[in-house]
Design a protein around this ligand. Sequence first.
Ligand SMILES: *[C@@H]1O[C@H](CO)[C@@H](O)[C@H](O)[C@H]1NC(C)=O
Ligand SMILES: *[C@@H]1O[C@H](CO)[C@@H](O)[C@H](O)[C@H]1NC(C)=O
Length: 158
Amino acid sequence: MALKTLMYVCLLVAAMALASPMAEAQLGGLISGLLGLIRIQGTVFCTMDGNMGVNGTATPVFPNALVQLQCGAGNVVSSATTNGSGVFSILLDPLQFLLPSLLNNCNLAVKTPLSNCNAALPSVGGLISSLQSLGSTLVGLLNIINIVPAGFRLLPST
Ligand SMILES: *[C@@H]1O[C@H](CO)[C@@H](O)[C@H](O)[C@H]1NC(C)=O
Ligand SMILES: *[C@@H]1O[C@H](CO)[C@@H](O)[C@H](O)[C@H]1NC(C)=O
């Protein structure tokens, strides 16, 4: 009985999609959206400015740091926590975010104080970085738009 209902609903949806070009276009948009992804990824370092220091890759990283994607007047759109290597990754649906507006209006903000990874670093203020696009890569059928932090700096009070 339930299966029969499900089949009926599927048929109905298919029929509607065929009958209306509008529905078909929406369906197409949804499918192409699902095949794309915006990935914001970067490493937070345990330094005064959150960037890789003079020691290069030997610079200590900042694990377990809360990184927020903030847009407009500080609206938190998404967040992630850095892993043991200081790496965070935020995935977004390209249908919900326009790339130019993302790059122009959004920032990455590290909410965990630097003193958490090194007691000698400030316990107030937070790291902030604008976004930079590295272009897109095709992984199988998935088009991934790669965005990285343009460079962190310490905002003395947030
Ligand atoms: C560079 O490495 C040395 C030795 O490990 C360390 O003492 C120093 O604090 C490091 N400097 C920076 C800026 O990471
Ligand atoms: C952190 O994430 C990065 C990217 O996914 C990965 O390469 C790295 O191995 C991870 N590190 C740890 C300690 O899990």
